[in-house]
Design a protein. Structure first.
Length: 110
């Protein structure tokens, strides 16, 4: 799997990593959801929540998926972080507009 660097800010939400696992990884491996859950050592319900995008890829899940897919946990954690960051920025955008960044001159005068 090739990793691409995406320039921010995105106008649309990044794809939840669970959708990529559901649409690309599991079919490429040729496993059912039950078989994937068994190989990951998690319940089907836990895997379904991740695949539905209602639960995040945790560090533990990233380790498991990275091992199964052979691409390590970093990719999955970065995708989850990008997804979470984008949604947090959307929720907080009005509040963030009110915050003025500190300049070098501001920090010296204090």
């Amino acid at each position: 799997m090739v990793e691409y660097i995406v320039k921010r800010p995105l106008k649309r939400s990044p794809i939840h990593p669970g959708a990529i696992i559901r649409e690309d990884v599991i079919p490429a491996l040729g496993f059912s959801i039950s078989e994937t859950a068994r190989r990951l050592g998690v319940s089907r319900q836990q895997l379904h929540r991740v695949l539905a995008g209602t639960h995040p890829i945790t560090i533990e899940m990233a380790l498991r998926i990275g091992k199964l897919a052979g691409n390590g946990p970093g990719l999955w954690l970065r995708m989850q972080q990008n997804y979470d960051l984008w949604h947090a920025e959307q929720r907080l955008q009005n509040e963030l507009k009110k915050i003025e960044p500190v300049t070098t001159n501001d920090s010296i005068s204090n």
